[in-house]
Design a protein around this ligand. Structure first.
Ligand SMILES: [Zn+2]
Length: 385
């Protein structure tokens, strides 16, 4: 059977064009313009509520074993999980936290089709989303005798840049290919969350490419410099809370979490701790930068499907997401971590919990409870929105 994963192409492409044509009302929010920087557009609190909820979908692994029945069935299950969680929790934003696809199982160039399947539930519902790369998204194809591909046939993997260009073309995408100076690292960008009237920034989400696949697994000195410059430019007094998302846990996770396969005890909060952390290969100082910024409240990673805890680490929390997809290893109950920002007149609370595919909620935790100084945020917002 030749390239059954690719034979879906026509159907998928028709669906892409129908969707893109139908979804014309891109959600509101001011675009940030900064000299010399490629930056994203902001999202806003909805008028009627004082909370902003972010869903984190991690390790979906679409496109596994596209040549047999098992793989596509996992993708159907993953879409069902996403659809349930989106309709049940009604988040304002979705973070696709890497390993959206398993490129090493895709015997074709057009991994974008599986990428489109992965982000489809957010696109269908016109929910703003952003994607960051994991280690499987541009991994080289690993030849399989059932793939229908000859062992000597030349194969190209869809690059990070091509995947990101496609992602950015979707109507509710807030992803960005990031500064070109950081190549081959691609998904480095930020998305501010503004108040409903757009006059002040309530929080900022940062996305970093932790490598893997075609790259080494680490956050480079150049990425750290970009983060430092950007954060100090837009949040110089650290008055605005910052949340940071990347795929592969940093080495610091191994120093903050419970021992593998041991009970999760306070002050950590979580429901599964069933494997050893597989951290980045090296650390060039990103954790020092983050822990020296009082505004950074938490880092969220995926990668380890059998871990879903949050643990304090100096002034912030290091959190795993929850394995959302039916693709990828492991049979733990699927679910997603949610992060909710609640703004009151004088306080701002950030809390997180995990909602499972049966609707149960576990591992609730308050990540931050800060006093708000609106006049400072007002000044920052007016300078960048
Ligand atoms: Zn994974």
């Amino acid at each position: 059977m030749m390239r059954s994963g690719c034979r879906m192409s026509l159907v998928m492409w028709i669906r892409v064009w129908v969707m893109v044509a139908a979804v014309v009302d891109v959600l509101g929010g001011g675009c940030l313009i900064a000299a010399g920087m490629e930056v994203g557009c902001g999202v806003r609190f909805k008028d009627e509520v004082a909370s902003f909820k972010v869903a984190i979908f991690a390790d979906l692994h679409y496109g596994e074993n596209a040549w047999d029945e098992w793989g596509p069935r996992q993708d159907v299950n993953s879409t069902a999980v996403q659809s349930f969680l989106l309709d049940h929790e009604r988040p304002d934003f979705v973070v696709y936290l890497g390993d959206l696809i398993t490129a090493n199982n895709l015997p074709c160039h057009d991994a974008v089709l599986h990428w489109f399947q992965a982000v489809g539930p957010a696109v269908d519902r016109k929910i703003p989303f952003a994607s960051v790369f994991g280690n499987h998204d541009d991994a080289s194809f690993e030849w399989d005798p059932h793939s229908g591909v000859g062992p000597d046939e030349p194969l190209q993997t869809t690059s990070r840049t091509e995947l990101m260009d496609f992602d950015m073309s979707l109507p509710s995408s807030y992803s960005s290919s990031g500064p070109k100076t950081l190549l081959p690292s691609v998904s480095n960008f930020f998305v501010p969350i503004a108040s409903s009237d757009g006059t002040r920034i309530v929080a900022i989400m940062y996305f970093l490419d932790s490598g893997g696949g075609s790259m080494a697994e680490f956050i480079s000195a150049d990425q750290i410099a970009w983060f430092t410059t950007t954060a100090s430019k837009f949040n110089s007094d650290a008055s605005i809370p910052e949340l940071v998302f990347w795929h592969i846990p940093s080495i610091a996770y191994t120093r903050s979490g419970p021992k593998p396969n041991q009970p999760i005890e306070a002050p950590c909060v979580g429901s599964i701790n069933d494997e050893s952390i597989a951290p980045q290969e090296t650390e060039w100082g990103i954790m020092n930068v983050l822990t020296n910024r009082s505004s950074v409240k938490a880092v969220f990673v995926g990668h380890n499907h059998g871990l879903d805890w949050c643990c304090p680490y100096n002034n912030l929390h290091l959190c795993f997401a929850r394995h959302t997809g039916y693709g990828g290893y492991g049979k733990w109950k699927r679910g997603a971590r949610f992060v909710e920002i609640l703004q009151e007149p004088t306080t701002l609370q950030i809390r997180t919990s995990v909602t499972l595919e049966d609707g149960s909620v576990v591992s609730e935790l308050i990540l931050a409870l800060d006093k708000v100084e609106p006049y400072i945020q007002q000044n920052v917002a007016s300078s960048i929105l």
